[in-house]
Design a protein around this ligand. Structure first.
Ligand code: F6P
Length: 340
């Protein structure tokens, strides 16, 4: 067989281990792999590179993706869709592994509907893909945010300030929730809950009274009401670039205005997405990449490799796309146990 592999959507740590796993597992069974460049753009525009064992020999610990990525939607225009199918036929691809988040996997589902032999591997630092316990990229990216919060603790304490850390995560609060929980924030704002300014100010004041400073984590996806959030630019899948709203800046402004406590904000942004994948992500990406090849070898196209408890499994792409996985009430309950 000849495999194709692509990485689409926002990059995250773990993509290179997943690519390596696809190539190694395919080679183990005597099959070759072609890498398509820059996500679905590579299939649309026929951009590819062969991936041999030496090509993936050193990539396990590297962040980003050696194949490049983009937010290209190949089914937005019918002509593009035809080009994707033509590229697959031209290279005689017997099985395509699409590694990506909801958008990339939605495109994979559409390709499957049109007869394409494709399997999926979920990834995203947002951890918002349904049907899998965790997506790789999340643990590594959130560890960076926790590190940032710890650094902010030093400077907030020195200056007796409140500091708001804005983290990514789109419309799911997993990154903010885990950063607040693991970093010991005094208040954490997630999109799953309505913004409650009075409660926020209580937590900030309580923390400042108790120990002289306060740390707040805000997810980029929170809704601060009509006064904030003019629509930002949109990507090809129609998603607003939420970071442009700078909700952390606004939350800091409101805290300072209403409490008189000197307040600063920091937006960590794309720093979260870089760097080496952590242990959990390396292993998850490796398992899912290899399992995706197994799915294809078993003829289980239209499925996506996921983590279910201790095991990896294949589920239909339909179950993984379209339904965002958000932070559940039990996590929120635990999180608020530690509010100041
Ligand atoms: O989906 C991953 C993510 O990092 C989101 O958390 C964030 O909103 C978005 O990508 C940023 O997109 P871009 O890299 O296109 O600026």
């Amino acid at each position: 067989m000849k495999f194709g592999v692509l990485t689409g959507g926002g990059d995250c740590p773990g993509l290179n281990p997943a690519i390596r796993a696809v190539v190694r597992r395919a080679a183990q069974h005597g099959h070759e792999t072609l890498g398509f460049l820059d996500g679905w753009k590579g299939l649309r525009d026929d951009l590819s590179r062969p991936l041999s064992l030496p090509d993936v020999a050193e990539i396990l610990p590297r962040g980003g993706t050696i194949l490049g990525s983009s937010r290209t939607n190949p089914f937005a225009k019918e002509d593009d869709a035809k080009q994707v199918l033509a590229t697959i036929a031209r290279h005689r691809i017997d099985g395509l592994v699409a590694i990506g988040g909801d958008d990339t996997l939605s495109a994979a589902r559409e390709l499957h509907r049109r007869g394409g032999k494709v399997v999926g591997v979920p990834k995203t630092m947002d951890n918002d893909v349904a049907g899998t316990d965790w997506t790789f990229g999340f643990h590594s990216a959130t560890a960076v945010a926790v590190d940032a919060l710890e650094r902010l603790r030093d400077t907030a304490g020195s200056h007796h300030r409140a500091i708001v850390l804005e983290v990514m995560g789109r419309h799911a609060g997993w990154v903010a929730m885990a950063t607040g929980l693991a970093g010991g924030a005094d208040a954490t704002l997630v999109p799953e809950e309505p913004y409650d300014e009075e409660a926020l100010l209580r937590h900030v004041q309580h923390a400042v009274t108790a120990r002289g400073y306060a740390l707040i984590v805000a997810s980029e996806g929170i809704d601060l009401g009509p006064r904030r959030g003019a629509a930002g630019a949109k990507d090809e899948f129609g998603h607003e670039l939420l970071g442009e709203r700078q909700v952390g800046v606004e939350v800091a402004r409101r805290i300072e205005k209403r409490t008189g406590i000197e307040t600063r904000s920091a937006q960590i942004g794309h720093i979260q997405r870089g760097g080496a994948p952590e242990l959990f992500d390396r292993i998850l990406a490796t398992r899912l990449g290899a399992y995706a090849v197994d799915l294809a070898l078993a003829g289980r196209f239209g499925e996506v490799a996921v983590l279910r408890g201790p095991a990896v499994a294949g589920i239909p792409l339909d179950e993984a796309v379209g339904a965002r996985k958000v932070v559940t009430p039990d996590w929120l309950d635990l999180l608020h146990t530690f509010d100041a």
